[in-house]
Design a protein around this ligand. Structure first.
Ligand SMILES: Nc1nc2c(ncn2[C@@H]2O[C@H](COP(=O)(O)OP(=O)(O)O[C@H]3O[C@H](CO)[C@@H](O)[C@H](O)[C@@H]3O)[C@@H](O)[C@H]2O)c(=O)[nH]1
Ligand SMILES: [Mg+2]
Length: 194
């Protein structure tokens, strides 16, 4: 078996743009040297979504968390027709991840959060997306509500903010109601840290 590092076994041959509307979808052709030394030519399609951030806010005095619900079209089209349960999340624009999640929390939840804690920066679906999601927990209390939340209606966002007892939210993983990976990760992280 080869002990060459991966970077010396991958050669980019070509990159063809298949779509470039919302974000680019690019078909890459590479020459790949397998671990056994054999060479092969592969194609892989990469959907270049930007990095993102997500947050699970927790009020320890009341034992509650804030989640959101909204339409996610790929999920809806697969037949999961209830609004998706998720942690507040958004794309990182020209800002650092903490600034991004602070902004998203005000836009989507209507809350100014405190004690941001980075749990992990994960690749949610690495076969097709280079997108890395910076996942945070945070604290909040009722007096931190500073805006209406709900997302940017001008951009088609229609976000329902739901406050739940943590145990109620956590139980919805087992029932199959909560299926979003970053949300499950954050709820499980909080469960382990309580
Ligand atoms: N025109 C157009 N607009 C889009 C499209 N996809 C998303 N948008 C708009 O782009 C904005 C993105 O909102 P954000 O809050 O920044 O991102 P998000 O949709 O919540 O996505 C976040 O969560 C996803 C699920 O975990 C992540 O995949 C994503 O990277 C990000 O973290 C929304 O206004 C949405 O309407 C599209 O294909 N076309
Ligand atoms: Mg969002």
């Amino acid at each position: 078996m080869s002990d060459k590092p991966l970077k010396d076994r991958v050669t980019l041959v070509s990159s063809d743009m298949l779509a470039d509307d919302w974000v680019p979808l690019v078909k890459h052709t590479i020459d790949y040297e397998r671990r056994d030394g054999r060479r092969e030519r592969l194609t892989r399609e990469v959907y270049n979504r930007p990095d993102a951030c997500a947050v699970l806010p927790y009020d320890s005095a009341r034992g509650t968390v804030l989640l959101i619900r909204q339409l996610r079209l790929p999920v809806f089209l697969k037949g999961d027709e209830e609004p998706m349960w998720e942690a507040c999340a958004g794309v990182i624009e020209n800002e650092d991840p903490e600034q991004a999640i602070t902004r998203e929390a005000i836009e989507e939840l209507g809350y100014q959060l405190h004690d941001l804690h980075l749990v992990t920066a994960m690749y949610a679906s690495p076969a097709s997306f280079g997108e890395r999601v910076w996942c945070y927990t945070a604290t909040y209390e009722p007096s931190d509500k500073v805006a209406s939340g709900g997302g940017a209606s001008g951009e088609g966002e229609d976000i329902e903010v739901v406050e739940l007892a943590f145990d109620n939210a956590y139980a919805r993983i087992a029932t199959g109601e909560i299926t979003d990976a970053k949300t499950i990760l954050l709820l499980q992280h909080l469960k382990l840290s309580l």
